[in-house]
Design a protein around this ligand. Structure first.
Ligand code: N7H
Length: 490
């Protein structure tokens, strides 16, 4: 890619990346391109005007905010603003199918997530030919060429919008240009659980701010240079290069971003039973409070979103939802430098964004940051599941994260941080252990982590089950609008 790039025009960037498609419901239409590739490319041309760009998302968000404000002034509940969004991304096998052979400069993307599943330590086994096969559902074991994201305020809106997409590509008709491998249907959880993932924790609180786009970062929110998320921009660098070397990419990759998609099931009743059976015992804590505290120490935040580095013993729901407070921490309190008194080293948020644990060693985490979108799928836990402690219905998180480099971002976080018992580094003699939420081993052997009991930090807690179960995924590239026009469509 040329070293002189024009300033960022956000109208070129698909809306989900920097701004996040607003959604109550989101469908991920995973597709294969049919053999008449030219016909597909002609049809893609018709889709491009419907793709939601970043300024359009900003407009939609402004409409939602205005409706909310007007309703509050009238003492009414905020109405649902009818809107929908569309984005599209392609996998490496999709590019090959389209005859696009340029090397996009990302080894994980080129390999595809199925082949990468052993690196991620997804549970699985070795087949007769000595190849690792993850325990994924069949749909993800065959090539997926791309994904269309369709989002909106309701199932009705999204289904209607998806029908338009289906019509453009003639899906299901005799002259189809693509076919559906699987549509994963996600939806935000109901009522008070809105914004909370299925274990019950408020999610999506900590995102990096992007330089010159998110111009008013919240206290504690780190700003990353644009090239950490967008290909071809400042600080889009080769994995592990020091001094940093810009990645060589084709010119058309500018302002695209890689999407790591994961279909993650969650064993919620089993997780809750574990918290109940292993409640932290301390004077003044009821068993319920002890299990809430254990949950908070596994995640790094209370269910309300309040970070335990700031509120180690008691939840603070007001701070949990307050963007002025809920990221104002670095795991480096002066009275508590680099210990796990307040937060276990292996807590999910500390593993996946260790803040001062690395920065105080002079190691920047900027190129490890990802922007997480994604949404919950599946029903609420039924009374029967809650009573038996056994999952009977599938539910979880459609994890979707953007970055300019999967090797630097998602893959590194999963492999070298979450699954690495020695991370965060230099905590001798303490071995932090696995990220209890997403840390994994392909043989499903029990995992341990330290520091969960604030009164007995040397003790290791053994985790008998992996409560997050990967059942599929793929790496995609979300091209810029100009690239879609010039390189992908006819
Ligand atoms: Fe995580 N959870 O409910 O426990 N995550 N995550 N995640 N996650 C975060 O800070 C969760 C997953 C990150 O900057 C919160 O926004 C669950 C994967 C990163 O402080 C909660 C699943 C990867 C952060 C959860 C899951 C990550 C983060 C706190 C799977 C990457 C920001 C809310 C089902 C490999 C950390 C917040 C920071 C936060 C949960 C998956 C990464 C509650 C249930 C696969 C970078």
């Amino acid at each position: 890619m040329s070293t002189t790039v024009p300033p960022l025009d956000i109208a070129n960037v698909q809306g989900d990346i920097l701004a996040g498609l607003p959604k109550k419901v989101q469908h991920y239409l995973l597709f294969q391109i049919d053999d008449d590739v030219q016909a597909f490319r002609q049809r893609l041309k018709l889709l491009i005007p419907l793709i939601t760009t970043t300024p359009q998302v900003q407009d939609d968000r402004a409409k939602i905010a205005a409706a909310k404000k007007a309703a509050t002034e009238q003492g009414k509940p905020a109405p649902l603003v009818k809107l929908s969004g569309i984005n599209i991304s392609f996998s490496h096998s999709g590019l090959v199918k389209l005859g696009i052979t340029d090397d996009l400069g990302d080894a994980a993307f080129a390999k595809g997530q199925f082949a990468d599943s052993a690196t991620l330590a997804d549970p699985g086994s070795t087949d007769a030919n000595g190849n690792f096969v993850p325990n994924w559902i069949p749909a993800f074991k065959n090539p997926i060429h791309g994904v269309v994201l369709v989002s909106g305020d309701s199932e009705l809106t999204v289904t209607a919008t998806q029908a338009i997409v289906n019509g453009i590509f003639n899906i299901g008709a005799h002259n189809a240009t693509m076919h559906e491998v699987l549509t994963i249907k996600g939806q935000v959880r109901p009522k008070d659980e809105k914004g909370h993932e299925h274990f019950g924790f408020l999610d999506g609180i900590s995102q990096p701010a992007v330089k010159d786009f998110d111009t008013k970062p919240n206290p504690g929110q780190e700003t990353v240079r644009q090239g950490v998320i967008l290909c071809g921009r400042e600080n889009d660098i080769v994995a592990g290069s020091n001094p940093p070397v810009p990645v060589v990419r084709p010119a058309w990759a500018l302002d695209g971003s890689f999407l790591a998609l994961r279909y993650l099931f969650q064993l919620v009743p089993e997780f809750n039973t574990f918290l109940k059976d292993n409640a932290i015992k301390a004077s003044g804590l009821t068993p319920e409070q002890g299990s809430e505290l254990l949950g908070a120490r596994l995640v790094g935040r209370w269910k309300s979103g309040a970070p335990i580095d700031l509120f180690p013993l008691q939840d603070n729901p007001t701070a949990g939802v307050d963007a002025q407070q809920n990221n104002k921490f670095r795991y480096d309190f002066p009275d508590d430098p680099h210990t796990q008194d307040r937060c276990p080293f292996a807590a999910h948020t500390r593993k996946t964004n260790p803040r001062a644990d690395l920065e105080d060693l002079g190691i920047s985490t900027e190129n490890r940051r990802i922007i997480r979108r994604g949404v919950q799928f599946g029903p609420e836990v039924t009374p029967d599941e809650a009573k038996s402690g056994k999952t009977k219905l599938g539910r979880g998180l459609i994890f979707a994260a953007y970055q300019s480099n999967i090797v630097n971002g998602f893959q590194f976080i999963q492999q070298s941080w979450a699954n690495n018992t020695g991370f965060p580094i230099q905590k001798n003699p303490i071995v932090p252990g696995f990220d209890p939420i997403i840390g994994q081993q392909s043989n499903l052997a029990p995992r341990t982590l330290s520091g969960t009991d604030p009164n007995n930090q040397g003790a290791n807690l053994s985790l008998p089950t992996e409560w997050v179960v990967p059942k599929g995924g793929e790496y995609f590239f979300a091209p810029s609008i100009p690239a879609l026009k010039s390189k992908f469509a006819l």
